[in-house]
Design a protein around this ligand. Structure first.
Ligand code: GSH
Length: 212
């Protein structure tokens, strides 16, 4: 299998793709370019991704950006490990949950991240972070219902749909969002986060964060 190239420091959303690559057992090279150092604002990078954002993946002639789309692509092209080939129905549901996660969860976790950690203190607005935590209640209630009926999003087996949502929702732990009202969701999230591939990707992220 030819190596794929993942552009983006592990200290970014590239960790999600590293998690997927490790689950699937795909050989890869990581080019740890970092937007914080201006490394993605070059003509070379912008020819692959019109936004100076990471991650971007190159697989032969195929170049793709958007972390969750990259993961869906990888899972389809290289079904491996426990993530076998998906049926047409499961594949569409994996897309459904991935898009759902971006809008219903990541929109709010990004607000919490920006207004708790990333923005300079003078620009942080505690109310925006609080409102984001409140807004998360509705999608969390919905996903709690789903996960009270099945162990994973697509049934009884971990899939790329779980990986994509858990890679966003993992930040809820870091942000100390109270999950006590969502026990099935919390148990599912803990199970996903305990996977060796996730732990390995998180270690790469921690190492890159320390070196930054
Ligand atoms: N929706 C995109 C978001 C990509 C993104 O915003 N990545 C951040 C790093 S985690 C970035 O490169 N930010 C630089 C910028 O916004 O200029 C994805 O999931 O890949």
């Amino acid at each position: 299998m030819a190596k794929v190239t993942l552009y983006g420091t592990p200290n970014s959303r590239a960790t999600r793709v590293l998690w997927a690559l490790k689950e699937l057992g795909v050989e890869y090279e990581n080019v740890p370019w970092d937007f914080r150092k201006g490394e993605t604002n070059t003509p070379e990078y912008l020819a692959m991704n019109p936004m100076p954002t990471i991650p971007t993946l190159k697989d032969g002639d195929i170049v793709i950006h958007e972390s969750l789309a990259i993961n869906l692509y990888l899972a389809k092209k290289y079904p491996g490990g426990e993530l076998g080939k998906l049926s047409e129905q499961d594949e569409s549901h994996a897309m459904q949950w991935s898009l759902w996660s971006m809008w219903n969860v990541e929109r709010h976790t990004t607000d919490i991240l920006m207004h708790t950690f990333l923005l300079p203190e003078a620009k942080r607005d505690a109310n925006t972070a609080e409102r984001a935590k409140e807004a998360l209640q509705r999608p969390l209630q919905a996903i709690e219902k789903v996960l009270s009926k099945s162990a994973y999003l697509l049934g009884n087996k971990f899939s790329i749909a779980d990986l994509n949502l858990a890679s966003i929702a993992g930040s809820l732990i870091r942000f100390n969002v109270d999950l006590s009202k969502f026990p099935h969701f919390k148990a599912w999230l803990d199970k996903c986060r305990a996977r060796p591939a996730q732990i390995a990707a998180a270690e790469l992220q921690a190492t890159a964060a320390k070196a930054a």
